[in-house]
Design a protein around this ligand. Structure first.
Ligand code: PFF
Length: 505
């Protein structure tokens, strides 16, 4: 069967932007900037984009597009055994989306309860931990399902199924909404935020430059990791999406648009978040440092609390509440389904199964695994698994991709392909980034986290949980990766040794 293609260039670019712009933009970026020198953080941030984010994005786009295959197939085209690296990234995406979908589920619960006023009338913390999560005493105590979360998650999977059902055809339509809607919603949140008293002091905290922070290497590690995560790299997504592009499509221009749009969405989120936090700090008489936070706490505790303080009565609170949770949902859903598509593409490519059936089955299996996170102890597992898969799964995938292309495939070959199809040509600097800079920086990041985790187990969970949800999970992943690569490559005769590959061009 002929490979599906995006109906037009806009659909592809929007899908890539949709994947990149997700929860990380709204709940991680603003806090990272605030913590790492405010406006001064722009320097490491843009350096990280130029030296690692953009080069890797171009690598993933071009490998997917050139080979017309998702990550495992594209990597295996260099050498069969490198297919494992592709599978590793795809399975990292698999793990991530099992809990990313659950966070979407919480957002749906909050959204519905915005209309009924439930979280508005009770204390937000109480609502989140007792009504929604019904949190148990620890990871060893799963305590049955939280029904609201379960329902929200089921709805999320149904939504994702219908979006992915017709592949690029349905995704290409949906992204016009899931990318543009959150931008519009963010504009509303920004206008509301900056017209509140105290908003400017909040923005000051967000952006006031402190250049002395740039001497601290943690700031640089944060910049590189933020850029890496925000661009959805090391997850097989950009390979998969680009593999549905015609072989002669522009690459560098599309990569630049993706990066710029994603960065803009991050800044818009920062203004909305810190404007609102500034107001909260003024009305409650507490310093910004006490309300500024990131992650789940920001989205499901602090921000809703701030919304409750808004002037104008219940109608305003409800409206802004609905807008905020719609923003989370629309921002997140296209990241979630891109993580699923990375898997679907990989299985269809390697096993030649029917795409419709694969879509259904991948989602059913993902749905079953995600049940773990809908239990009352789910939040603990989410926390542990998220830590390990992000810091080891994704980062390792990124390092290995760069090493394979940099040292086995020759970046020059890929660069000449990119330049033969693209409006903006990339210079030799790209080869240097892929060969040296990306692997070195990501390896530093990996080692840094590893030392941190062995000296102080993550989150103070008992060692057996670190093993089960962390190291054990990663080892299990490695075994599955090896198996999948073996089975998937059964019918493939290795054609590309380096010389032949060179001739090919
Ligand atoms: N880029 C998306 C985000 O920032 O939310 C998707 C994503 C990337 C999710 C990396 C999770 C992750 F670890």
């Amino acid at each position: 069967m002929e490979r599906q293609q995006w109906g037009n260039r806009g659909a592809f670019v929007l899908a890539a932007i949709g994947s990149a712009a997700g929860l990380g933009n709204i709940w991680r970026f603003p806090y990272i900037v605030y913590q790492n020198g405010g406006g001064a953080f722009l320097i490491p941030y843009f350096i990280a984009i130029l030296t690692a984010g953009l080069p890797l994005l171009i690598l993933e786009f071009s490998m997917g597009q050139k080979n017309q295959l998702g990550a495992p197939g594209a990597m295996a085209s260099v050498k069969k055994k490198f297919g494992k690296i592709g599978w590793w990234t795809v399975l990292s995406a698999f793990i991530i989306v099992t809990y990313y979908a659950v966070i979407m589920g919480w957002s749906i619960v909050y959204l519905v309860d915005s209309f009924t006023g439930t979280w508005i009338d009770t204390g937000v913390q109480e609502y989140f931990y007792e009504n929604v999560l019904q949190l148990s005493s620890g990871p060893g105590d799963l305590g049955g399902f939280s029904i609201p979360v379960l329902l929200g998650v089921i709805l999320t999977w149904i939504l994702i199924y219908f979006i992915l059902r017709k592949g690029t055809e349905s995704v290409g339509k949906v992204v016009w909404f899931t990318v543009l809607a959150p931008i519009g919603l963010l504009v509303v949140l920004i206008v509301r935020a900056v017209t509140l008293p105290g908003a400017m002091s909040g923005l000051n905290y967000f952006l006031q430059p402190d250049f002395s922070r740039l001497l601290d290497y943690h700031v640089w590690i944060d910049a590189y990791s933020q850029v890496f995560f925000t661009l959805s790299l090391g997850m097989g997504i950009m390979f998969a999406y680009a593999s549905y592009q015609p072989k002669d499509s522009d690459i560098t221009n599309n990569a630049l648009i993706t990066v710029l749009a994603n960065t803009s969405i991050s800044f818009m989120s920062g203004i909305a978040v810190f404007g609102t936090l500034g107001y909260m700090s003024v009305t409650q008489g507490v310093p910004i440092s006490e309300v500024a936070t990131s992650g789940i706490g920001l989205a499901f505790e602090v921000f809703p609390t701030a919304i409750k303080l808004l002037p104008g009565g219940p109608a305003v609170v409800t409206t802004i509440g609905v807008i905020f949770f719609l923003t989370l949902l629309t921002l997140g859903i296209d990241s979630a389904f891109s993580l699923v598509e990375s898997n679907i593409t990989a299985f269809v490519d390697k096993f030649k199964w029917d795409k419709r059936k694969v879509t259904l089955w991948v989602i059913v299996v993902l749905g079953i695994v995600s049940l773990l996170f809908t239990t009352k102890g789910g939040l603990y597992w989410l926390d542990i698994i998220d830590h390990y898969i992000n810091n080891y799964g994704l980062v390792l995938g990124g390092i290995l991709e760069a090493i394979v292309i940099g040292w086995y495939y020759y970046p020059e070959k890929l660069r000449s392909y990119v330049n033969s199809v693209s409006e903006y040509r990339i210079g030799k600097w790209w080869n240097t980034m892929i060969k040296y800079i990306v692997p070195i920086i990501l390896t530093i990041f990996l080692i840094y986290n590893f030392i941190g985790d062995i000296t102080k187990p993550y989150g103070d969970y008992a060692l057996r949980y670190q093993w089960l949800g962390g190291w054990g999970m990663l080892i299990a992943l490695l075994i599955v990766v090896t198996l999948l690569n073996k089975i998937g490559n059964r019918n493939i005769i290795e054609v590309t040794n380096t010389d032949q590959a060179l001739e090919e061009n």
